[in-house]
Design a protein around this ligand. Structure first.
Ligand SMILES: Cc1cc2nc3c(=O)[nH]c(=O)nc-3n(C[C@H](O)[C@H](O)[C@H](O)COP(=O)(O)O)c2cc1C
Length: 395
């Protein structure tokens, strides 16, 4: 199925969506979406270095047109990109998880549900007719790990995404300053910000305060929602190990993706432990500020591992042209986090389909311009000299 084409011409770029989102979402929630860690160096580097990739056009050849459809894990998706897992989506826009899951499902692209999203596994599995992927923070207790895996399997989730890049909490100055909590603190500053965003505030009233829905059955009775964050810290073990991947692999019958891998050493260990694919990701610059951009990591991984292993990329891609560059740098599939959230924050329920259409149309235009029929052909189009600064070209 081709992607929908429902672009509202008033919002033709991610910059326009971001600007509108900024006016509709209270600052503490918008900064939660935008922010990176420390000095936000990797946040900037991810997009800047991805945009160092250049594509070589081929004009004088017969061309049958672009086909965005991409085979992955036994399904044909409409495009080689999907929606990355984002926690607390409902804090940024009421109902955002459901809006994005519906849009991704109707466009036939993957939607990845975060462990700490504001809709639960069963709801999203039903919306997506079992096509959603589920991202798991690794629980400390085996009993909880098994309960979550069993719920995901029973709901029909086919792909589990295990997170590797949160061994510790990212130091995020904006979140520290805003004193982010669930539900939002009723400080004078926050209340003033909420009053300035009436559509957001009314939406929160009608949806109810956002909470980590998937985790609700495991919350101790009488737990004050304010202590939810502490409960989550006690419950999940951020540091993933080979043993933990193997433990999951032994129980999880579906596809297993490890997210947040950026070095060949970790990549080999994750594949040896049973991963079917990796997401080359640095959590959108929210965890490790003095690391590499993900396109740099991807180029290094491809050089070390060759063409065959399934490598996805996220962190830094904002547009369809960015997706094209990530594919050219060696990604088999690309995920976007903030871009789709900007779309929903800007346009509400219509924002998911609008933004998916926009990214798809941008990608298609780049493919048509350079003369690639399939997304996979983009890999042969990278200029030999292109790539992040300081790195020798690999082809
Ligand atoms: C507000 C926010 C919350 C996130 N929450 C999660 C999460 O709960 N689980 C997860 O695996 N990744 C999470 N991520 C990381 C995204 O899955 C993804 O790696 C990142 O957003 C990609 O970068 P991009 O925003 O530049 O596209 C979050 C990202 C953002 C921006």
């Amino acid at each position: 199925m081709p992607l929908p084409d429902v672009i509202d011409p008033r919002w033709p770029s991610v910059e326009r969506l971001r600007e509108r989102a900024r006016t509709r979402v209270p600052r503490f929630a918008f900064e939660y979406l935008e922010g990176g860690c420390h000095a936000e160096l990797n946040l900037a580097r991810n997009t800047a270095e991805l945009r160092e990739i250049r594509l070589r056009p081929d004009y004088l050849t017969d061309y049958p047109g672009a086909r965005l459809q991409t085979e992955l894990f036994g399904r044909t998706w409409s495009a080689p990109f999907g929606v990355a897992p984002v926690g607390l989506q409902g804090l940024m826009w009421p109902g955002a998880t459901q809006h994005l899951a519906r849009a991704a499902h109707s466009a036939e692209i993957p939607f990845v549900l975060s462990t700490v999203a504001t809709a639960d596994i069963e709801t999203v599995a039903a919306i997506t007719e079992q096509r959603a992927w589920f991202q798991l923070y690794h629980p400390r207790e085996d009993a909880l790990r098994d309960a979550l895996l069993d719920r995901a399997a029973a709901a029909g989730v086919e792909v589990l995404v295990l997170l590797a890049d949160t061994p510790t909490f990212g130091y995020r100055p904006k979140e520290i300053r805003n004193g982010l909590s669930i539900p939002p603190r009723m400080s004078v500053r926050n209340v003033v910000q909420m009053m300035g965003c009436p559509t957001w505030s009314l939406g929160q009233l009608s949806h109810g305060a956002p909470t980590f829905q998937t985790m609700k059955p495991y919350l101790p009775g009488g737990l004050n929602l304010k202590h939810l964050g502490e409960f989550m810290n006690r419950t999940f073990e951020g540091r993933l190990t080979v043993g933990k991947i193997e433990g999951i692999r032994a129980r999880w019958k579906g596809r297993l993706v490890v997210k947040g891998i950026v070095t060949p050493h970790d990549a080999r260990r994750a594949f040896d432990a049973g991963a079917d694919a990796l997401v080359v990701s640095n959590h959108g610059g929210r965890q490790h500020d003095v690391g590499e951009s993900t396109v740099h990591s991807l180029l290094e991984l491809r050089e070390a591992l060759g063409d065959d292993p399934l490598l996805f990329l996220d962190s830094g891609a904002r547009t369809g042209a960015d997706v094209a560059c990530a594919l050219a740098a060696g990604a088999d599939f690309v995920f976007l986090g903030r871009t789709f959230m900007y779309g929903v924050c800007a346009l509400g329920a219509a924002g998911g389909s609008h933004t998916i259409s926009m990214v798809g149309r941008q990608l298609r235009q780049v493919m048509e311009q350079v003369g690639c029929v399939t997304p996979g052909e983009l890999r042969g189009r990278r200029y030999a000299w292109s790539g992040p600064p300081g790195r020798a070209a690999s082809d």
